[in-house]
Design a protein around this ligand. Structure first.
Ligand SMILES: *Cc1c(COP(=O)(O)O)cnc(C)c1O
Length: 364
């Protein structure tokens, strides 16, 4: 197969899916895939055996979920436009408004729909200001119980999304206690509560049993159906970006230029100033792996290899699914990576490749 391509490994995906299924069964919570993290629909049929549906950030994600992922479709957006709302309602099972202002604006149109409101508890686990829903002056949800109170008869659920790559169960538990203390009287008037995404419960060593017990207790004491909205947890470690070295040079360090670009194909790492991952990353040779765009800082990272890199060598960048494939772009006109799937029997199958026509049709 011609590099560059993203390779989704179904057996690695299945590992996460089985943990999600276990959590659902034991806790009674439902799990919706957050499409903003991962929207590669070729594996949705497979994932839908383990998950209950999807949640969204826009009209197009709502439609993608409805069309490609069997199960429930939750429609959330930071703001719906007037011209979108009819299609949002036609393609969703629930609509979640970000503010009481949006709820009021679309109250009449959405009267026969299951409706929810995003609540911002003002606490989070994000270590990046950029991704912190509870940052000062946050626009993400209503934060004041007194403001929410008058609207509770118009809705049947709340969505809280305040975790971010949170691998610490005790921190999750403490924040949920805090949410119950401040919003419990309103939560108990709801039928369903979504606790959002950002819980790293498919990670190694996560105390899944404690999470299960906590979710079950939350649902029981408040008499609500709990939803989770995993994005990263659903697809973590399932996918690689497969590359080939095109050239090497030396300028104080060993440099290898590959047939990809971090700016175009793994943008999230660049935004958060994180290194890409190469496994096993051992050996005597240290090389900086660089992208082929003309951006000076288009660098995947510095890694160790058993032998000097040379043109034609194949490299595999780890963990290339979440917030990665959804952000790929045509910067510099660099060949967009194809998408391939490694089936459970080990065979690899190309499901999409991108052409010059795809490049030109992205603009006009
Ligand atoms: C981003 C997001 C998610 C998914 O978050 P992950 O960290 O990828 O699990 C879920 N729900 C909402 C509302 C989000 O904005």
């Amino acid at each position: 197969m011609q590099t560059p391509y993203y390779l989704i490994d179904k057996s690695r995906l299945a590992h996460n899916m089985e943990l999600i299924a276990r959590l659902r069964e034991a806790s009674g919570a439902k799990a919706l895939l957050a499409l903003k993290c991962f929207a590669t629909w070729s594996v949705f049929d497979f994932m839908s055996d383990y998950m209950d549906g999807t949640t969204s950030s826009s009209l197009f994600e709502v439609k993608l979920g409805r069309e490609k992922f069997p199960g429930e479709t939750h429609a959330y957006s930071v703001a719906w436009a007037e011209h979108e709302i009819a299609e949002v309602l036609a393609n969703s099972d629930k609509v979640i408004f970000n503010t009481t202002g949006q709820l009021s604006r679309f109250e009449e149109q959405s009267r026969d729909h299951v409706r929810g409101l995003r609540v911002n508890p003002g606490v989070s686990t994000s270590s990046f200001d950029l991704a912190d829903p509870a940052r000062p002056f946050s626009r993400l949800g209503e934060h004041d119980p007194a403001v929410i109170e008058p609207f509770v008869d118009q809705i049947s659920g709340f969505m809280f999304h305040n975790n971010c790559e949170n691998a610490d169960f005790d921190r999750f538990d403490a924040m949920l206690n805090d949410i119950e203390a401040r919003f419990g009287h309103l939560i108990r008037r709801m039928d369903w509560i979504s606790l959002g995404g950002g819980i790293h419960f498919t990670g190694a060593d996560y105390p899944l049993d404690r999470l299960t017990e906590r979710l079950k207790r939350f649902a029981g004491q408040n008499e609500v159906q709990v939803y989770l909205e995993p994005g990263e947890a659903a697809i973590t470690n399932s996918t690689t970006l497969e590359l080939t070295v095109l050239d090497t040079l030396h300028n104080g360090k060993n440099l290898a230029i590959v047939d990809s670009s971090i700016e175009a194909h793994m943008l999230d790492l660049l935004i958060y100033r994180e290194s890409a991952k190469v496994a096993p990353n051992t050996g005597p040779e240290e090389w900086m792996v660089c992208g082929k765009s003309c951006l000076a800082g288009d660098i995947f990272g510095e890694f160790r290899f058993p032998a000097p890199l040379k043109p034609g060598d194949r490299l595999s960048i780890q963990d290339a699914a979440g917030y990665t494939m959804v952000k790929k772009n045509w910067f510099n006109g660099v060949q967009m990576p194809s998408i391939a799937i490694r089936e459970l029997d080990g065979s690899e199958r190309l499901v999409r490749d991108f052409t010059f026509e795809d490049f030109t049709s992205a603009l006009s």
